[in-house]
Ligand binder design. Structure first.
Ligand SMILES: [Zn+2]
Ligand SMILES: [Zn+2]
Length: 467
C-alpha cells in the first residue's frame, strides 16, 4: 500500500513540474469566482521554504488595501487568491544599470527567480518588473484562468514596483502603498499624478491636455475636495486633477477622480445580482403569498438602491423582497421589475446610472377571474460569456436575450477608448453565439474590455491577449 502511495506521489510530482500546477491559497472569498473580481497573486523570488512568508506578505497587503477607500466599501465585490510559485533563489535581479541616484546604494545581484523580476527596468532603478510575461500568462492560464487582476509580489526588501497589465511590487516597508498605487495603474488604467515622463503622457482618467475646467473629463468634480485642473510643472500642457493623490504621493488617499474610476471599473467587472426568486416559472394560487426577492452584493455602507415596480408604478424601495397579493393581478399580464443602482457618492459619472443599473423582470400572467397566476422570470442579465480567455485567435461570444434587443459589442482598451465595433444588430430572443477572429484586432498583448450593449443596458467582459 505504501509503495502505491509513493508511486502516486512520484507521478503527481512529475505532473506538477511539467504542467506547472502550483498550490493556490484562498485568502478572501466573498462569493462565486464567476461573480466576483478575482485578485490573483503570484510569488516571485520566494523559495519553496518561504511560502508562509509570502502568504503573510499578501495578507498584510490585502488588509491594508481593504482598509482604504474605495476598496473598503467594495470588499464584498472581491475574492483574493495566492498562487504559490517557488523560485530557485530569493529576491529580485538588480543589474545596477540605472543611472538614477536610487540605484547605487542597492547591491548588484543576479537572481534565478521564476518570473524574471528585475529592478532597473527601462533604465529606471525603482521600476521593478516581472519580465517573463509569457510565463505569467501560462501560469495564470494553468492555475487560475478566471483572474481579473494579477499581481506579482517580489520577495525583495528594496523599494520598487510597476503597473502594467500585471501589477508588481517588492516587500519594502512601503510595499503596501506602492502596491495599491500600482493597482491604480493596472486595475483602473490610471496615470501617475507625478510627472512620469513624456513617454507615459496619454489621455487617461486623471491626465489630460484639456485645461478648461468646464470641459475637462473630471468637470463634475472641479471645486470638490481639492479637485481642479493643475498643470504638471515639468510639462505645462498636461494637467492632473489633484495635488495630493495616491497616484502622486504614497500614504495619502486617492483623489475623487481616481476613486470614481475605480468604482466604475468595479461595476464594469461585476454584476451585483447574486440570486433572485422566483427563478423558475411558478404558479401561485389566489390565496398564496407571491414573493419576489433579490440577493445582491452590498457595498459597505450599502449605497445600492432597489426599486420594485409593478407595470411602472413603484411598489417598494430598498427592500430585498416584496410580497404582492395574487388577487391584485387584475390584468392578463403584468410586469414586476427590481432595478438596482449604486448611488455611491464616489461616482458622478454621467453614464453611471444607465451603465450600471441592473434589472430583473418577472412576467405575471393571469386569466379572469383571477384564481391564480403564472410567474416567469426574464432576468435582464443576459448571461454573457466569452471563451477562451486569454484569447489568441477565435473568440466565442455568447449571451441570452430575453426579448428583441439591439445588440452592440465594442472592443475597448483599458482606458475606455473604443478600438473597434464587433457587432451592431437587432436580434431576437434566445441564445446567441458569435465567433470573432481577433488575431488582427488585438494588436499587442495585454488586457482589453468588451462592452456588450443590449438596448440601454451595458455590461462588460475583460479579455486578455497573452504575449
Ligand atoms: Zn538600480
Ligand atoms: Zn488621483
Amino acid at each position: 500500500m505504501s509503495r502505491i502511495s509513493l508511486t502516486l506521489f512520484f507521478v503527481l510530482t512529475l505532473v506538477c513540474v511539467h504542467g506547472q500546477i502550483f498550490p493556490v491559497d484562498t485568502l478572501l472569498k466573498t462569493g462565486d469566482i464567476r461573480r466576483r473580481i478575482n485578485l490573483v497573486f503570484l510569488s516571485d523570488g520566494y523559495q519553496a521554504h518561504e511560502m508562509n512568508t509570502y502568504i503573510t506578505d499578501v495578507n498584510r497587503l490585502l488588509t491594508d488595501m481593504f482598509s482604504q477607500v474605495p476598496f473598503k466599501h467594495y470588499r464584498n465585490y472581491f475574492n483574493a487568491f495566492a498562487i504559490k510559485v517557488p523560485s530557485n533563489q530569493s529576491g529580485a535581479k538588480h543589474p545596477r544599470t540605472s543611472s538614477d541616484s536610487d540605484c547605487a546604494p542597492v547591491p548588484q545581484q543576479d537572481v534565478d527567480n521564476y518570473f524574471g523580476s528585475t529592478f532597473d527596468y527601462g533604465n529606471i532603478h525603482r521600476l521593478l518588473v516581472p519580465t517573463k510575461a509569457g510565463t505569467i500568462a501560462v501560469t495564470l492560464a494553468n492555475n487560475f484562468p478566471l483572474f481579473d487582476q494579477a499581481f506579482v509580489l517580489v520577495n525583495s526588501p528594496f523599494y520598487g514596483g510597476s503597473g502594467g497589465s500585471v501589477a508588481a511590487s517588492s516587500t519594502h516597508s512601503n510595499a503596501n502603498e506602492v502596491s495599491i498605487h500600482e493597482i491604480g495603474h493596472s486595475f483602473a488604467g490610471l496615470a501617475d499624478e507625478y510627472w512620469a515622463g513624456s513617454a507615459y503622457a496619454f489621455e487617461r482618467p486623471n491626465l489630460t491636455q484639456q485645461n478648461n475646467p468646464s470641459l475637462v473629463k473630471w468637470a463634475s468634480w472641479v471645486g470638490h475636495a481639492g479637485v481642479g485642473v493643475y498643470p504638471h510643472a515639468e510639462a505645462s500642457n498636461w494637467f492632473r486633477p489633484h495635488q495630493n493623490c495616491k497616484m502622486r504621493y504614497l500614504n495619502v488617499p486617492f483623489c475623487d477622480v481616481c476613486n470614481e474610476t475605480f468604482v466604475e471599473r468595479i461595476h464594469t467587472l461585476v454584476n451585483p445580482i447574486d440570486e433572485y426568486s422566483p427563478r423558475l416559472p411558478v404558479v401561485a394560487l389566489a390565496n398564496e403569498p407571491l414573493q419576489f426577492s433579490v440577493n445582491y452584493i452590498k457595498p459597505e455602507p450599502n449605497t445600492m438602491s432597489v426599486i420594485w415596480k409593478k407595470d411602472g408604478a413603484v411598489l417598494a424601495t430598498n427592500q430585498d423582497a416584496v410580497t404582492v397579493p395574487v388577487a391584485s393581478f387584475t390584468t392578463a399580464q403584468a410586469i414586476i421589475t427590481a432595478t438596482l443602482t449604486d448611488n455611491t457618492a464616489l461616482s458622478r459619472s454621467a453614464t453611471h446610472t444607465t451603465s450600471h443599473a441592473y434589472v430583473i423582470e418577472w412576467t405575471v400572467t393571469a386569466e379572469a377571474p383571477v384564481t391564480g397566476v403564472k410567474v416567469q422570470t426574464e432576468l435582464l442579465k443576459y448571461e454573457v460569456s466569452v471563451f477562451p480567455n486569454p484569447v489568441v485567435k477565435d473568440l466565442q461570444l455568447s449571451y441570452v436575450l430575453p426579448r428583441d434587443a439591439r445588440v452592440k459589442v465594442v472592443l475597448e482598451d483599458l482606458s475606455g477608448r473604443q478600438l473597434t465595433s464587433l457587432l451592431d444588430e437587432q436580434q431576437g430572443p434566445g441564445s446567441h453565439s458569435v465567433s470573432v477572429d481577433v488575431s488582427d484586432i488585438l494588436k499587442s498583448s495585454g488586457v482589453y474590455v468588451l462592452a456588450f450593449q443590449f438596448d440601454e443596458l451595458v455590461t462588460f467582459k475583460r479579455i486578455i491577449k497573452p504575449d
